[in-house]
Design a protein around this ligand. Sequence first.
Ligand SMILES: Nc1nc(=O)c2c([nH]1)NC[C@@H]1CN(c3ccc(C(=O)N[C@@H](CCC(=O)O)C(=O)O)cc3)CN21
Ligand SMILES: CC(C)C(=O)C(=O)O
Ligand SMILES: [Mg+2]
Length: 317
Amino acid sequence: MFCMHLTRLVSQPLRSQRRWMSVRPKEGDITQLKPKVTIQTLQSMRKSKEPITMLTAYDYPTALACSSNPSIDVTLVGDSLAQVCLGYRSTTQLTLDQMIHHASAVARGTTHPLLVADMPFGSYHASIDDAINNAIRMVRESQVEAVKLEGGQEIVNLVQKLTSIGIPVMAHVGLLPQRHISLSGYKVQGKNVASALALLRAAKALEEAGAFSMVVEAVPKELGRYITQNVNIPTIGIGAGPWTNGQVLVWDDAMGTWPGHKAKFVRRFANLQPVRDMGVQSFANAIKDGSFPDPQRESYSMEQAEWTRFLEEVGKE
Ligand SMILES: Nc1nc(=O)c2c([nH]1)NC[C@@H]1CN(c3ccc(C(=O)N[C@@H](CCC(=O)O)C(=O)O)cc3)CN21
Ligand SMILES: CC(C)C(=O)C(=O)O
Ligand SMILES: [Mg+2]
């Protein structure tokens, strides 16, 4: 309501001042569609079996797109940022400063969704102290509400420490893209008894350490269900089958704007690429054929009298 009113207001010139107000909403003007999603909200959703939705965002406009839909629960600044947004070959190339830069932009466009960001490769591996300082930077400089960490038993102490100082941690188990080299590629995890058992134990240990939720990536659907049934925190799957408490996809995979490999777990919910390409073509065509800008529509005019006087003045020179 307030927003519609505001839009009407700003699209009128303020005659007394002969000025136009800025039409772009200011930072503080974004309308929050519903109460903030909290850790408690996600826990209630798990209990009431309402599926949790999480979508990645890498900049202000994609953050706004997530925030402008009340059905999106969590916005994740994934380190997939490296590949789909910055053009690197691997998420291991992303720096903490780059993540903070993008997560800040996402934070400025985020309203009700819980805002989570991946800690980049290398930013939580050197030592506990270093990891804590880096997590504090993410919270302080980007205003993210939780951090996500890839790993199992080896990060349990860190998860415990971060949780104890009030930085909520989302765990990430299964396929760990930051380790694609040591895993010899992006492969489904937990396909045999030993690795499935190790995964289940890691999930339980991370829950025990205080993680408030966990991403389960690229595991057989049976294991996705078993882990979900055997931890007391919400699981959010990506390629982990339909029985986790929620689902996440990378923005560009879901919108059809990622030209790279399409993993089996990806579904395109929109196909923006042809629409985008058509827009680029029409823009170029209109300039080449002289139809843009139209002198009647997309151009400014000078009052006739003023223009005549201008011509007189220049004629005198
Ligand atoms: N666009 C994009 N989407 C993602 O989901 C994503 C990224 N980028 N970048 C960071 C990581 C990397 N991820 C990936 C990348 C590849 C596969 C993949 O190709 N999986 C194989 C599994 C093959 C098998 O073991 O059977 C597949 O074809 O599904 C999975 C996850 C998930 N993340
Ligand atoms: C795919 C999600 C879970 C992620 O970690 C990312 O986008 O980096
Ligand atoms: Mg990630």
